[in-house]
Design a protein around this ligand. Structure first.
Ligand SMILES: Nc1ncnc2c1ncn2[C@@H]1O[C@H](COP(=O)(O)OP(=O)(O)OP(=O)(O)O)[C@@H](O)[C@H]1O
Ligand SMILES: [Mg+2]
Length: 516
């Protein structure tokens, strides 16, 4: 105890810490000791024999600062390593896996800003505490905000405050490691966030997601409709340090240019006809989070050029506005188009493609990963049971066999739709063939005629148009009323005149069909 105190006194002397701070430290340490005695585990993190030691990297160009800091941390039970600037820190980190970084900002060669920027871009930034010169609070706040530093501390350092922050940062680092370990374990069981799949192509997709998620890099997700592109984007967000921030998705298809730009960048009041209020765009809404640009290839080319500019300089200007707003947003873009084709036709600008294509994740169609079907059925049935308050347990072998033989042109979304109907019909127990649509698995071309009449009901297979469905219902109601049109109109909830008009329309269409 005496020895430890001597080490601390020596360290404090070297750090030129005022006596008042020393007094605060002693009080703080008594407090820590008491908390530890009361079973508070936080303070015992550094000394615990069951946990691996907590590594702290101290980055400071002044030997007289970093050496005593390291000695102090060693005395507290941490494993401290030192580096003289950002460059050396990166070299040290190759062999020393730091749980926490304590870094100065102003340093030669590579400063603290650049160091943190590089670590964040690679997705390797452990919780970091930035040391700032006295009176430089604004820069410090900016740094914690822009670079996602854990916290900042003004010099001269108060040991109690530093110790408190390191303990907090270390427990955050341990929590992140634990989450990572659990995620890896789940992945072996075929689960990644909300996605399931044990097939080799899906395991590859999961590995890529886990690799890219912690970085800031843009991700381009390609795949047929219904393969799970949005789920990939959500998984990237969930597994990144941005998970506490917003996830915003915007569908770029079928939107006129002005509306699209207003959705993306926001607008000021009066920017265009109908802009009655100032409105923040998706970039602002997704601040410190992730923005999914869904159906990117459908975005108007002019908007793609503006989007590229925003991605290059991380600033947006609302339509009709003057101020540049700084944005920190991670982009995930998705498309169900063939990328080569979209580039060739010019629907996707090449420059934007290269900016976004840092990582590309291609989701295989379901027909190429039929071995995922059992796990997908289990996961989807679980969700559908919750949605419809049902208690369905599984699908029987015959159903699974039919699923395995089917090509699933609508991919997982189609599977989900088939199962949703089956879960509602079965209510509980096992899904049987009778719970599937009557023509499940029959190729579209060889299906029965669109309407199949049964007494007092119309069955409408998927693929029936709204006008055919309406016609079928009108005809059946007339059969039911034995052609009493007044009664049929009443049942249908339309006026007699409307019913006559419809019958005229059907007659004309049939006449036209006959003539063709
Ligand atoms: N691997 C998976 N595990 C569990 N559910 C999945 C998986 N893939 C897709 N789904 C489910 O399938 C449905 C479609 O997924 P999603 O909306 O992500 O597809 P998409 O590729 O974005 O489709 P689109 O191109 O039509 O927008 C969703 O209900 C989703 O939950
Ligand atoms: Mg989608």
């Amino acid at each position: 105890m005496q020895g430890a105190f001597q080490v601390r006194s020596e360290v404090y002397r070297k750090l030129l810490i005022a006596p008042i701070i020393l007094r605060q430290t002693c009080r703080a340490e008594t407090m820590f000791a008491r908390a530890s005695h009361n079973g508070n585990t936080e303070n015992s993190l550094a000394n615990s024999t069951t946990r691996k030691p907590i590594n702290v990297l101290i980055v400071d160009d002044e030997e007289t600062q970093r050496a005593p800091l390291a000695a102090m941390l060693d005395a507290w039970g941490y494993k401290a390593e030192v580096a003289g600037d950002g460059q050396e820190a990166l070299e040290k980190l190759a062999a020393f896996s730091a749980n926490v970084i304590v870094t100065d900002l102003m340093m030669p060669r590579m400063d603290g800003f650049e160091l943190m920027k590089r670590l964040a871009a690679d997705g390797n930034m452990p919780p970091s505490i930035v040391l700032t010169a006295f009176g430089n609070i604004e820069t410090a706040i900016q740094t914690t905000h822009d670079l996602g530093a854990y916290w900042f501390l003004e010099k001269p350092i108060q040991p109690s405050a530093l110790r408190f922050l390191i303990e907090r940062a270390a427990s955050q680092s341990q929590m992140a490691e634990e989450t990572e370990r659990l995620q890896r374990q789940l992945q072996y069981q075929g689960v990644l966030v909300d996605m399931v799949g044990t097939s080799p192509p899906m395991q590859d997709v999961f590995s890529t997601i886990r690799q890219v998620a912690p970085s800031m890099a843009a991700v381009l997700v390609a795949g047929e409709s219904g393969t799970g592109k949005e789920l990939v984007a959500r998984a990237v967000h969930q597994l990144s340090t941005r998970r506490g921030g917003p996830f915003v998705a915007i569908n770029c298809a079928a939107m006129p240019e002005t509306l699209m730009e207003s959705e993306l960048f926001g607008h000021e009041k009066g920017a265009f006809t109908g802009a009655l209020e100032r409105r923040a765009g998706c970039f602002e809404l997704a601040q410190h989070g992730t923005l999914l640009l869904d159906e990117l290839a459908e975005m108007p080319s002019g908007t793609q050029a503006k989007l590229l500019r925003v991605l290059e300089d991380s600033h947006v200007r609302r339509l009709g506005g003057k101020a540049e707003i700084s944005v920190d947003v991670r982009i995930v873009a998705s498309t169900n188009r063939n990328l080569d084709e979209a580039l060739k036709t010019g629907d996707l600008r090449e420059d934007l493609y290269y900016r976004l294509n840092v990582f590309q994740i291609v989701l295989p169609p379901l027909r190429q990963r039929l071995s995922d079907l059992p796990l997908l059925c289990e996961a989807l049935i679980g969700g559908l049971n919750r949605k419809h308050t049902c208690n369905v347990t599984n699908v029987n072998d015959e159903v699974m066999d039919a699923f395995q033989k089917y090509a699933w042109p609508g991919n997982v979304r189609e599977l989900r739709n088939v199962l949703e109907r089956a879960v509602i019909m079965a209510g509980e127990g096992t899904v049987l063939m009778s719970h599937l649509p009557y023509d499940f698995g029959v190729p579209a071309g060889s299906r029965l005629p669109a309407q199949v009449f049964e007494p007092d009901c119309v069955r409408l297979p998927v693929g029936t148009t709204v006008s055919d469905a309406e016609k079928a219902l009108v005809q059946l109601t007339l059969q039911h009323t034995k052609n009493n049109k007044t009664r049929a109109a009443e049942i249908l909830g339309i006026s007699l005149k409307t019913l006559f008009n419809k019958l005229k329309e059907y007659g004309a269409a049939e006449a036209a069909d006959g003539a063709a």
